[in-house]
Ligand binder design. Structure first.
Ligand SMILES: NC(=O)c1ccc[n+]([C@@H]2O[C@H](COP(=O)([O-])OP(=O)(O)OC[C@H]3O[C@@H](n4cnc5c(N)ncnc54)[C@H](O)[C@@H]3O)[C@@H](O)[C@H]2O)c1
Length: 359
């Protein structure tokens, strides 16, 4: 058997977990905080060092350095030798339980296209967190003027501080509120080249027999009415320019009935409807309107399970769940549609989900 390569912060989490020394060390560290290796399953393809950003400070560069040093020294925790699973390639299981090896894909790294949004003003909602933040960041780093919108002033301040040299205007406000919509459009000024409607919330996985008015109204207000209001508000500027690109955020729940509760599923189908209607109406006027349908993505979004029936039904759809993507991977799809690279694309609901929608 060949000796495994030395572990570093760039080695994938999977490589760490399968390593005869690194695996037990990492498992020991997880156990100390009351967790096990399953918690890392959705991100097992990422480099270990990516956990620094994803864990929001809970896992530090010092922790990476300590793990790398212990692995190099062969410092296997006492009694852990038998705990590590066998190393090897990833695998899939056939219906006959035969294990088919699958090669591990190299890690994806975001590549910025310099100047892609130069001279353009792009409004991004939900810019304080997750997919919205990653999109606003990418537009800013590609030379665009970003109107970064979120209900959380604190998150926007942090976003602005992280993009100190870029052309960023923050507007804190609720996209369901008419005064906030007016403030967003005013901050953008005369020219609005793009709008990414990304702010949104999940539901509590309740089926229609159990959904409360409160959950239904809140999910529709933010996911549907907010998207409609802000889109309606930017149309005059885009019509005047005879050009504009709008990207909405749908979901796997816009494509099928098994990914969430009735409120979220219906709201994301409505987002698909807004997208198609607007693309049809304004295509000849130079405005493109598309949507992405993200699969599982690592963000701060919160879902709860308010119904045992809903939970058990939705879990069926999760059996074929792909690895969770980083928010930057969704930003790559959204900025493609937003940018002039998407020139011939209008009215699509683009699944950005690693292929989950065809499973
Ligand atoms: N994360 C996923 O797995 C996933 C999957 C499919 C679809 N989506 C969709 O992606 C979008 C972004 O979600 P995320 O996962 O990045 O979530 P997130 O919670 O990390 O970010 C959403 C941001 O929107 C802001 N926001 C919420 N309500 C708002 C309002 N009324 N006005 C202004 N800002 C508001 C929040 O403060 C937050 O900063 C949502 O529309 C969500 O439905 C996410």
């Amino acid at each position: 058997m060949s000796t495994p390569a030395p572990l570093t912060g760039d080695s994938s989490i999977k490589t760490w977990l399968e390593h005869p020394v690194g695996g037990p060390i990492l498992r020991e560290m997880l156990a100390q905080s009351g967790q096990d290796a399953d918690v890392l399953k959705p991100v097992h393809r990422l480099a270990l060092k990516r956990l620094i950003k994803l864990s929001k400070g809970q896992f530090s560069q010092d922790a990476v350095d300590a793990l790398v040093a212990r692995a190099a020294a062969g410092d296997v925790p006492a009694g852990a030798a038998d705990a590590a699973p066998e190393a090897g390639a990833a695998s899939v299981t056939t219906d006959t339980e035969e294990v088919v090896p699958v090669a591990e894909a190299p890690e994806w790294v975001e590549k910025v296209t310099g100047g892609r949004f130069a001279g353009q003003t792009i409004i991004v909602t939900g810019a304080g967190s997750g997919i919205g933040r990653a999109t606003a960041s990418r537009v800013a780093r590609e030379g665009g003027r970003v109107i970064a919108v979120d209900i959380s002033q604190e998150r926007l301040d942090e976003f602005a501080a992280d993009h100190a040299g870029a052309d960023v205007v923050v507007v804190s406000g609720d996209i369901t509120d008419d005064a906030a919509i007016a403030a967003i459009v005013e901050a953008a000024g005369d020219r609005i080249d793009g709008l990414a409607n990304i702010a949104g919330i999940m539901d509590d996985m309740t089926p229609i027999g159990e959904v409360t008015d409160a959950v239904w109204d809140r999910v529709f207000r933010i996911n549907v009415t907010g998207t409609m209001k802000l889109t309606r508000a930017v149309i005059p500027a885009m019509l005047a320019q005879a050009k504009g690109s709008i990207v909405n955020t749908a979901s796997e729940a816009a494509l099928r009935g098994s990914a969430a509760g009735v409120a979220y599923t219906a709201s994301k189908h409505a987002v698909a409807g807004i997208t198609k209607s607007s693309a049809f109406m304004y295509g000849p006027s130079g405005i493109r309107v598309n949507a992405v349908a993200p699969g599982p993505t690592i963000t701060n979004i919160e879902a709860s399970f308010g119904s045992p029936l809903g939970a058990s039904r939705v879990q069926l759809a999760m059996t074929l769940l792909p690895d969770a993507a980083e928010a930057e991977a969704l930003a790559a799809s959204i900025t493609f549609l937003l940018s002039d690279d998407g020139v011939n694309v209008n009215g699509v609901i683009l699944p950005s989900d690693g292929g989950w929608s065809v499973a």
